[in-house]
Write a protein that binds this ligand. Structure first.
Ligand code: NAP
Length: 222
């Protein structure tokens, strides 16, 4: 049995990641904040839990030891380099050759060739400024986290999600190298399918060193 570590396991995306990883037969090591361990109660006895902040290097070092893959939820909480600290710890301590899958949003660009609507750009700017002003979220730190991943020679994939919604699975999302590609017309993905894509990426070598932008397949294409 292969082992994967899910970092940020107690959140909405994280819990789907744990479920899909178990369904695929992986042994799961979870990292989440101490106060959130209870959110993983339904997995009791089926996963190992390492409580702690995801940017705590010692917590990450222990959790990823011996793992074949690491699924990391990158969220830029606060103004103390939470996202980049988490990403850096994973890059530094994951075993050589491990598959590293990170989550983020469409706003991250790897090569600057994504095409965004005016409204998208405006919303990104406003969210980034307000988030920083309130010291709640630092989008620029998530950008920095991804910059470090892109520069790394580890076996990474950065999965870029569109707007997310809850609901039953609609199947594996479609992906493209660039936002703006007609295949991504729906701009919406079920959270469970975002997780499905990340878990499937563990075994998909075509996605190594790619930053796939994903979205659900349009209904009229089904
Ligand atoms: N939401 C969207 O519309 C959207 C769109 C595109 C992409 N994404 C990407 O999807 C991923 C997860 O998104 P999500 O909406 O599904 O969120 P989520 O899974 O609920 O993730 C939130 C994570 O952040 C942790 N967290 C919450 N408050 C925190 C704090 N103050 N300090 C430290 N950690 C804290 C949560 O842990 P606890 O359980 O401990 O609270 C949880 O692990 C991210 O990579 C995001 O960039 C989201």
């Amino acid at each position: 049995m292969k082992t994967v570590c899910v970092i940020g396991a107690s959140g909405k995306l994280g819990q789907y990641l744990v479920q899909h990883a178990l369904d695929c037969g992986y042994a799961v090591v979870a990292v989440c904040r101490e106060r959130s361990v209870g959110k993983l109660a339904r997995f009791a006895g089926r996963i190992a839990i390492n409580p702690g902040a995801t940017n705590d290097r010692e917590v990450i070092r222990k959790a990823v030891e011996g793992c074949d893959g690491v699924l990391t939820v990158l969220w830029p909480w606060g103004v103390h380099q939470y996202s980049s600290g988490t990403a850096q710890a994973v890059l530094d301590f994951a075993p050589p050759g491990a598959r590293l899958i990170f989550s983020c949003g469409w706003h991250i660009t790897m090569d600057g060739r994504d095409v965004y609507s005016r409204m998208f750009k405006l919303m990104e700017k406003v969210t980034a400024r307000i988030g920083r002003m309130l010291r709640a979220v630092d989008v620029y730190d998530q950008i920095e986290a991804c910059r470090r991943v892109f520069a790394s020679d580890t076996r990474w994939t950065v999965v870029r999600g569109s707007d997310l919604e809850e609901g039953e699975s609609q199947g594996l999302p479609v992906w493209s190298r660039h936002v703006g590609d007609p295949v991504l017309a729906s701009n919406l993905t079920r959270r469970t399918d975002f997780a499905l894509f990340m878990v499937a990426a563990l075994e998909n070598d075509e996605l190594v060193h790619e930053a796939p932008a994903i979205s659900a397949i349009m209904k009229d294409e089904l």
